[in-house]
Design a protein around this ligand. Structure first.
Ligand SMILES: O=C(CO)COP(=O)(O)O
Ligand SMILES: O=C[C@H](O)COP(=O)(O)O
Ligand SMILES: [Zn+2]
Ligand SMILES: [Zn+2]
Length: 305
């Protein structure tokens, strides 16, 4: 069933488990996400970035909505990193049940004002809202922040921000970053900061940049002819702990990108005569489903629907 993000995330925060918010860009990714959720009786969030909307538009949103409506587990369709009020309203018009307004690169007061505007409009239509405070390290789609200049979310500011905006859930900067290169060794994730923000707040918290970049996937990627450097992601144990402290929405895109490319590369490499798209995208869908299954197990959302 198609529900709002709040319907899914409030019980997750209360029950101390995380719900995967997976980015989609096509039918196969959407199927891997929603069919796996159905199989595991897990709630799930399917998200589309503005880039995904540019690529797949209403066609893709309709695929998500259709699968969500026919699923018996709760599914939300969420706008990832909405860059403006207009972008959020456009997504709501397309049938999204949850939107993110990401004004985190603006000064605090402007972030509050822009977020408030979105919250007021979205709530009239029964849609829930994610906002962001603090900056992720690494590369965001709208801003490049040097690792050391990136600033993490201040707990007291988070409390003020939530009070002043009425946002339903809040993305916090805790050391994670987008993409396949999250640092060296075991990337830093500030558990004490999550715990402090968790103590001071009651709304669900959101972790961006939460792909695990599993070694087995990068190994297969290379083995099948792909080129990737010292890729590293967030450890499973770190995500488990974060969910104990208040993280309820866990964003994953990179892992599915890698998994689909591994599937496609393996078919093309191992069967050079193959040109049936169902074979080529079929394995990609299977590898992505395994990633989704693993993540749901780690986050503890299995059986919660
Ligand atoms: O935060 C994300 C989408 O908003 C995705 O993060 P990853 O790059 O770690 O998958
Ligand atoms: O956080 C960003 C997501 O990984 C989406 O990336 P994208 O804008 O390239 O679709
Ligand atoms: Zn951002
Ligand atoms: Zn993100």
């Amino acid at each position: 069933m198609l529900v709002t993000g709040k319907d899914i995330l409030v019980p997750a925060r209360a029950g101390k488990y995380g719900v995967g918010a997976f980015n989609t860009n096509n039918m196969e990714i959407t199927q891997a996400i929603i069919h796996t959720a159905e199989k595991l009786r897990s709630p799930v969030i399917v998200q589309m970035s503005e880039g995904a909307i540019k690529y797949g538009g209403q066609d893709l949103a309709n695929i998500v909505k259709d699968l969500a409506t026919r699923a018996t587990v709760p599914v939300a369709l969420h706008l990832d990193h909405g860059s403006s009020y207009e972008s959020c309203l456009k997504a709501i018009k397309m049938g999204f049940t949850s939107v993110m307004i990401d004004a985190s690169h603006h000064p605090f007061e402007e972030n509050v004002a822009e977020t408030r505007r979105v919250v007021e409009a979205a709530h009239i239509m029964g849609i829930s809202v994610e906002a962001e405070l603090g900056r992720l390290g690494g590369i965001e789609e709208h801003i490049v922040v040097d690792e050391k200049d990136a600033f993490l979310t201040d707990p007291e500011e988070a409390v003020q921000f939530i009070e002043q905006t009425g946002t339903d859930y809040l993305a916090i900067a805790i050391g994670t970053s987008h993409g396949a290169y999250k640092g060296k060794g075991r990337p830093y994730i500030d558990q004490a900061r999550i715990a402090r923000i968790g103590e001071l707040t009651t709304i669900p918290l959101v972790a961006h940049g939460s792909s695990g970049v599993p070694a087995e996937i990068t190994r297969r990627f290379r083995e099948a002819g792909g080129e990737i450097g010292d890729a590293v992601g967030i450890a499973d144990d770190d995500l488990r702990e974060a969910c104990q402290h208040g993280i309820a929405k866990v964003n994953v895109d990179t892992d599915l990108r890698l998994a689909s490319t591994v599937g496609i590369r393996e078919v093309l490499k191992n069967t050079p005569k193959e040109f049936d798209p169902r074979k080529i995208f079929g394995l990609a869908r299977e590898v992505m489903s395994q990633i989704v299954e693993h993540k749901m197990g780690v986050l503890g959302s299995v059986g919660k629907a």
